[in-house]
Design a binder for this molecule. Structure first.
Ligand code: SF4
Ligand code: MG
Length: 331
């Protein structure tokens, strides 16, 4: 595998007066060129913190250890100045709210052109404009010529997010990190954004890390998935394997909450309860207070990973045939 991003043993801790709090522990994930990785978890699961660590944007009071390799280079050892060059150049980002990412007083065309100019100062105005129009077309904005001279407020939320994506990929990054990129958008628009990501991956060989709490969103797009719970990996692997046969009760619960595609009625079996707070993480398996399959052992011992060929799960019962909802076998 030619991994553009390879994260191993990531640990993020916040030192405090009563000892450190570990926000992320023993997290591994990787993504190859042209691949999409879904990084899935509820809020507080550590998914956004993990990606902030990749981008070198964690608050200074947090301590990161482990390894984050980008194209073979260890990012955790990189001086801030070099990290800044990679970020926004070879690694691009798209966040949830497209409005904050755009400047309201500049036309969309001016903003894309500016992004291009930063990395290609020798390009003529005409060449910049041509390239910007191509980018608008790449993200399926109709009538790019006309749209070029409009302001962000003249665009719908979905169209604005496309512009943000166009700016993010303006300089051909190798890795795109998208943190809840469709959360603010309605379902049809979400599908269109997913399609754009799919095209970027196919046509540009872009590697994408899609951070989301929505398993349904990654279903059609991701090649691999890492599911975080309470700062640790619950399950990870090839997406088909994980969806066909979830090994962790948490994964099964998330899958059961995804509306089935051929049904008009959403099957909402939300998992009861909430994840533990950072200050009150339980011993043993982090999921045990919510798990329907918990054994006494689960409250005492942190489960090791069990490997199943295409996926792995951290659950004491991962190898058993539990009557879990979710996954194709359970339907
Ligand atoms: Fe449930 Fe135990 Fe597995 Fe944790 S280790 S998910 S509590 S069965
Ligand atoms: Mg987040």
């Amino acid at each position: 595998r030619d991994n553009i991003l390879d994260v191993r043993g990531l640990r993020i801790a916040i030192p405090g007066q009563d000892g450190e709090r570990v926000a992320v522990s023993n997290v591994d994930f990787e993504v190859a060129r042209g691949e999409v990785l879904g990084l899935v978890g509820e809020s507080g699961s550590g998914k956004s913190l993990s990606m902030l660590a990749v981008m070198g944007l964690l608050p200074h009071n947090m301590q990161v250890t482990g390894s984050i390799r980008f194209d073979g280079q260890e990012l955790l050892d990189l001086p801030a100045r070099q990290m800044r060059k990679i970020r926004g150049g070879r690694i691009a980002m798209v966040f949830q709210d497209p409005m904050t990412a755009l400047n309201p007083v500049l036309t969309v065309g001016a903003q894309i052109t500016e992004a291009l100019r930063l990395h290609n100062p020798s390009l003529s105005r005409r060449a910049l404009r041509t390239r910007a129009l191509e980018l608008l077309d790449l993200v399926s904005i109709p009538m790019p010529e006309r749209r070029f001279d409009q302001y962000p407020h003249e665009f719908s939320g979905g169209m604005r997010q496309r512009v943000v994506i166009a700016i993010a990929v303006a300089n051909d990054p190798e890795l795109l990190i998208a943190d809840e990129p469709t959360t603010a958008l309605d379902v049809t628009i979400q599908a269109q954004i997913v399609e754009i990501f799919d095209r970027l991956r196919r046509e540009k060989g872009l590697a994408i890390v899609l951070i989301t709490h929505d398993l349904g969103l990654v279903a059609g797009l991701a090649d691999r998935i890492t599911i975080l719970y309470s700062g640790r990996i619950a399950e990870r692997g090839e997406i088909e394997a994980v969806f066909r046969r979830p090994r962790h009760p948490y994964t099964a619960g998330l899958l059961a909450a995804v509306p089935s595609i051929d049904s008009t009625i959403a099957r909402l079996h939300a998992i009861e309860g909430t994840p533990p707070s950072l200050a009150a993480r339980p011993p043993g398996c982090q999921f045990h207070p919510r798990c329907a399959f918990a054994l006494p052992l689960c409250a005492e011992r942190d489960p090791d990973f069990q490997w199943f060929g295409q996926s792995m799960a951290a659950c004491h019962r991962a190898g058993e045939d539990l009557p879990m909802i979710g996954g194709d076998d359970g339907r």
